[in-house]
Design a protein around this ligand. Structure first.
Ligand code: AMP
Length: 408
């Protein structure tokens, strides 16, 4: 878990602004859910056998004996809120987005933290493949607007409750034949979670499973048509993509489309964003049968890529004006005037350390103040002073009495 210090926080804010703008452009509405939930919500949605639920969640018993868990991802909470808040009643399609901290007790490494931040969206109430494509386009649009275009879009279909069980059995049979060549982890997964064996990064596992049957070649007619339509739409929109028949993602709830956006600028943790369709999840969580699709993207990894690409967005600038007082009365004037400007929403700063004019000017420079105004005995007597624009050195004489109004 790490701190986001002021310089970095300014860059985060600029990126968050882009996230909000693009979500708005796609007509998604923000939802804010609590930082923790009842543990059962995640066990039921993400899946008992996934890495997240079985070994990564921050789970504890609170003082009333309830088991609670810090959110490891956003979809389960968003859907719980959708069901509890009756959002489905308001229209047949509900578009939600969120942004916030998530928690997973993973082994920390570059691009993998225990508290990280995600932004994501969920569209609930429609089966349309257009929405699957929309979920890919939202993060891609954000990345493009932030100056990042070198990303890869990988897509797959993980089938549905009709075509997945027979395929899973077929895969298990094939995996048992090569059991001896698989890593310990993968051997353990054959019976419980055979999909994850295909997803293994282990070289030996890759070799042993090189010619395994893939879900995308065993889809039912409905899933197959859906997957074809997603590809057709991506082509129509000129969005480059690759089909990755091994992509399963670490969460159990996906049906049909699954996708990931990766960047070569990241190390082994190369996923910037991931998502997919989850047509059974709302019902699973106690709501009415409602199809859905969503994505989640990591903020920290986005910041890493932006830094590597040198596309850092400008953070909010320093104070608009730095008011410099030379003696007691002019310092008081500077403080009063700074407060009056701030009350009008103008970022203003003054000195609190009784520094010399030279030191105050240096400080104004360091903070990237746009203007400075130096006030001393003489200025207070005549009621006029000179405002200097730091960048050009240009000076303007102003009346102190009306300064707050005129400068505003
Ligand atoms: P997931 O919820 O696992 O599909 O993750 C979606 C995105 O969140 C990933 O593509 C990453 O960008 C980000 N992410 C997931 N886990 C972490 C983590 N432990 N640290 C930093 N970013 C993460």
């Amino acid at each position: 878990m790490r701190d986001i210090l002021p310089d970095e926080a300014a860059r985060w804010r600029a990126v968050e602004n882009v996230v909000h703008q693009v979500m708005q452009a796609f007509n998604y509405r923000e939802i804010r859910t609590p930082v923790m939930e009842q543990t059962e919500l995640f066990a039921r949605s993400i899946g008992e056998l996934t890495d997240i639920v079985s070994k990564e969640m921050y789970t504890f018993t609170d003082r009333s004996g309830d088991s609670v868990t810090l959110k490891p991802e956003g979809t389960a909470s968003a859907l719980r809120a959708y069901i509890q808040g009756n959002l489905g009643e308001q229209g047949s399609l509900t578009k939600l987005y969120y942004m916030g901290p998530m928690f997973r007790q993973e082994r920390p490494q570059a691009g993998r933290l225990r508290q990280f931040h995600q932004f994501g969206a969920e569209a609930l109430g429609a089966m349309a493949p257009e929405l699957d494509v929309e979920m890919m386009l939202i993060p891609l649009t954000m990345y493009r607007n932030l100056g990042i275009s070198q990303t890869s879009l990988l897509i797959n279909s993980v089938g549905c409750q009709r075509c997945r069980p027979p395929y899973k059995e077929l895969l298990r049979r094939e995996l048992r034949k090569v059991r001896a060549h698989l890593s310990d982890d993968s051997q353990a997964r054959i019976e419980q979670n055979p999909f994850r064996v295909l997803d293994s990064k282990d070289g030996g596992d890759r070799k042993a499973t090189a010619s395994m049957p893939l879900m995308k070649d065993h889809l039912c007619a409905e899933c197959s048509a859906h997957f074809a339509r997603v590809q057709e739409l991506l082509k129509k929109l000129n969005v480059p993509f690759e089909i990755d028949g091994r992509l399963v993602r670490g969460l159990d709830y996906y049906t049909k489309t699954a996708f990931e956006i990766t960047s070569k600028d990241l190390g082994s943790q190369d996923a910037l964003a991931g998502g997919g369709r989850y047509d059974l999840l709302v019902e699973e969580l106690g709501g009415k049968p409602t199809p859905g699709v969503g994505f989640a993207a990591g903020m920290e990894r986005l910041m890493i890529v932006m830094e590597k690409r040198d596309t850092t967005v400008p953070g909010p600038s320093g104070p608009k004006i730095f008011l410099i007082g030379l003696d007691g009365p002019s310092r008081t004037w500077a403080f009063e005037t700074a407060c009056a400007l701030r009350a009008r929403g103008i970022p203003a700063e003054t000195d609190y350390l009784e520094r010399s004019v030279k030191a105050q000017l240096r400080e104004a420079n360091r903070q990237h103040a746009e203007f400075v105004l130096v006030i001393g005995e003489e200025e207070l007597k005549t009621g006029t002073g000179k405002v200097k624009e730091m960048k050009t050195g240009r000076e303007n004489t102003v009346s102190l009495k009306t300064f707050v109004q005129t400068f505003s």
